[in-house]
Design a protein around this ligand. Structure first.
Ligand code: 3NM
Ligand code: MG
Length: 518
């Protein structure tokens, strides 16, 4: 097979250590994997003597040839030459690429491990056929991996390859398994560039049934994750504010009739308030912080709110479990990165959550959202500028658009003007009242309100999110203007009343309140 026709979809890297291979026979495992659909094999053995490497390599090559699948040797050019297989895979600390190419010739496949853009550029320009990009997730398979780059680091490299139009194939490696592979492939792609495949060691080599494991992985590599079907479409983003506004009553009415589950993993301060807001907007709240419950709850057709206001190590583990459960079920998730930039713990939690799954809506105030920009935001770094807050709507709008495009989700940035975008237009909503900023938990409860709306409208999350923001802001105005409201304290119960009243009025067809939309 000419090397440009090689299919990298499911790339098996072998391991001969007892921890992974156990007492299985490497040739039998590889053959089973090939039966299951593995498309490329790398023989990687860091400890055996050269004689063993060559004899095992030859046996493996007999097998891979039967399946017309290329065999590559990790690191050892000499072994590859002795075996006469299709090529090698070299790491950054191995023999350099030009020398490997010179020894093996143009027809050989030479792949290179890279973990950043500079390495990717050097390998591509040096004539690598494919890049093994990693380490994506921490893995016990390889000791001393240099850097854990996450889905974000992987995507950064893929975006560069797309931008430069580099003619190189790509696979990712490190901690890839059946539970994350669809999501990683989907999330890492952007600007028309996707991975050509994934490389795995333990997910196949340590599997009880390597054939079945390979079959499953191959199918997952090629299928989008459950949540991908309801990502905001280009067409949905093109609608005018008027068109979206006309959908608001319908959205509120559907929440009312569907009574969707709003599963809140929220902070200690606002649990009670959030549950009452959920009830007022017509949702059915459950305040469940234990991740194990999420698998069952995700089947109930609701949405999850992850609010990391009082994050703990346990809490983070629970968020990640719940996030995965909702992603697997294709049910929507709102993420509220409370205090995102405030501490190292929170900055790291943001990374874990955004790298650990897909969130449909990211909602926070200006500094929280800017803390979610990979590598940090310019706007924030200028410091004093953040003082001017919402003055700079243009700049903030561009920042959140970029963020929304990168992660293909909706971003809601709250402030005096609330901004909502799915990556194309930025919608600005001016409703609300200063009392919202004077009582705790109103931001968190907006997350709950959005969760109710997107749970009821999973196929139009943009209109649902905008409706929720508008409804929430107007209910706050109506509450604040009531004669019985004298300040933030009396505002809270009035606000809960007005969320309820506005919903009931809408159901009856009374849309007077909506005239306040601005
Ligand atoms: N190379 P598993 S990570 C062989 O980052 C290898 O370059 C890596 O094993 C890199 O699929 C890795 O079991 C091990 O996590 C991957
Ligand atoms: Mg190496």
């Amino acid at each position: 097979m000419p090397k440009h026709e090689v299919d990298y979809s499911l790339y098996l890297v072998t391991d001969s250590t007892p921890a992974i291979l156990g007492d299985a026979d490497i040739c039998s495992v590889v053959e089973a994997a090939l039966k299951g659909g593995v498309t490329c094999v790398q023989y990687r053995d860091k400890t055996s003597d050269t004689g063993v490497l060559v004899s095992t390599g030859r046996k493996l090559h007999e097998i891979t040839k039967k399946y017309k699948i290329p065999l590559l040797i990790n690191d050892r050019i000499d072994v590859a030459l002795a075996v006469g297989c299709e090529g090698v895979h070299i790491g950054q600390d191995d023999l350099d690429l030009p020398t490997a190419r010179k020894i093996l010739g143009e027809d050989a496949i030479v792949g290179v491990t890279v973990s950043n853009i500079a390495e990717a550029e050097a390998a591509t320009k040096g004539g690598a056929d494919y890049l093994g990009i990693g380490t994506v997730f921490a893995t016990s398979t390889k000791e001393n991996t240099k850097s854990i780059i996450g889905v974000e680091g992987l995507q950064e490299i893929l975006l560069k390859i797309a931008a430069e139009n580099w003619p190189v194939k790509t696979v990712c490696i490190g901690g890839i398994n059946a539970s994350n592979v669809s999501r990683v492939v989907w999330q890492s792609s952007g600007k028309g560039k996707s991975l050509d495949g994934v490389a795995v060691v333990s997910a196949i080599m340590a599997a009880k049934d390597p054939e079945a494991a390979s079959k499953e992985l191959l199918q997952l590599v090629k299928s989008p994750p459950a949540f991908a079907k309801s990502v905001v479409s280009a067409g949905q983003q093109k609608r005018s504010p008027q068109e979206l506004l006309s959908l608001v009553p319908y959205i509120i009415k559907t929440v009312n009739s569907k009574k969707p589950l709003s599963h809140n993993m929220t902070n200690l301060v606002v649990q009670n308030f959030a549950a009452n807001v959920a009830l007022s907007v017509g949702a059915s709240p459950i305040m469940a912080n234990y991740g194990e419950e999420a698998k069952d709850l995700a089947k109930l057709g609701g949405a999850l709110v992850i609010n990391m206001g009082t994050v703990t190590p346990d809490g983070l583990t629970n968020y990640l479990k719940a996030l995965k459960a909702y992603n697997d079920a294709g049910q929507p998730v709102v993420y509220d990165p409370v205090g995102a930039g405030a501490t190292a713990v929170r900055r790291s939690a943001v990374k874990s959550i955004l790298g650990g799954g897909y969130v449909d809506v990211l909602k926070g105030n200006q500094s929280e959202i800017l803390s979610c920009v990979p590598g940090g935001s310019n706007i924030q770094q200028r410091g004093v500028d953040s003082e001017s807050g919402n003055q700079n709507l243009q700049e903030l709008g561009s920042a959140i658009k970029e963020l929304a495009r990168l992660r293909r989700h909706i971003v809601v940035m709250t402030g005096k003007t609330d901004l909502v975008t799915a990556g194309e237009s930025v919608f600005a909503i001016e409703n609300g009242h200063e009392y919202l900023g004077m009582v705790t938990g109103t931001g968190c409860c907006l997350g709950t309100t959005i969760s109710a709306a997107i749970a009821a409208h999973p196929n139009d999350k943009l209109a649902a999110t905008i409706s929720a923001v508008l409804y929430y802001g107007i209910a706050a105005e109506l509450a604040a203007e009531r004669p019985d409201v004298k300040g933030p304290g009396t505002f809270v119960p009035a606000f809960i009343d007005e969320l309820y009243n506005v919903r009931k009025a809408t159901v009856k067809g009374d849309l007077e309140w909506l005239k306040r939309a601005k």
